[in-house]
Design a protein around this ligand. Sequence first.
Ligand SMILES: [Cu+2]
Length: 341
Amino acid sequence: VKAIRRLARLAPAAVLPLPLAGCAGWQSALDPHGPGAAALARLIWIFTGVSVVVWVLVMIALALAVGSRRALPPPGDPLAVDPGHDRRAALVITFAIGVTFIILLVLTGLSYSAQKTITEPQPNELSIRVTGYQWWWDVRYEDADASRTFTTANEIHVPVGRPVRLTLGATDVIHSFWVPNLTGKMDLVPGRQNELRLTADRAGVYRGQCSEYCGYQHAHMGILVVADPPEEFEAWRNRQIAAAEAPADPLRQKGMELFLSRPCVVCHSVRGTPAGSRGGPDLTHVGSRRSIAAGMLPTNRGTLAAWIADPQGIKPGSKMPTMELQADEINAIAAYLEGLK
Ligand SMILES: [Cu+2]
């Protein structure tokens, strides 16, 4: 019994750090790595702090009132007024309304200024168009020079320190783009263009998630934002702009032939080959991405083969059908795709 009692006493100490531990990490609004997220985190803390203070004050007032031993007025005429009491009550109520009004005014001002930090256009923005699909992200880098535009999927690279403007759209249902370490969330609505801005202060990989329920695989609609130092970003962009290299070894050559002769070309693009469809993620440099299937699996030959063999087993309901392929065909296609760096 003693041991249990001691455990019970320790339990709160063990549980308390858990919610706090949830505040750090690579998908947390309370661990900001950019000015947008920082403005929001500040807002969250201020709102929480003010609410806590108000709550504590109200509770103290309530406790004082309940515990007050002041005698009730003697029973008499219930309509008799006590002008002194009425004046005091009016004063307290006016004061409380005034304070509430000022607090609301200040909080509104603060959230307006945070909103401004998040949405205001910045000079020298990098422009990226993100389109939500069930259940993956199409990512198009725009440039005044058309030869420098290109498409990729599910992984956005940005240069550290440079402001980014995201133009958000969707083709099927409403999705929502949310990378909490970098900025607030914004919906992707079919037939509409929304804008969201972010700047990454530090290099790193930030995970995001679709945050508007969009169907069966909504929970498996992740996105990565990779913030690279500017030179690394330029190198990455130049590699992405380039078409896929033709494979040199026989296995990968066979994989490419199979890829181009199977239903894959109905939905996928590999720039530099005849495959040019837009129904699924662009695969031109799929081997260079950290994950496939919108963050579900790390990219390697094994996971690529597993995905091609049975996408419906891995991500039931996804818009890629399970196709009839032989094991050696799957192996060759996986080798081909893995090499598309
Ligand atoms: Cu979604």
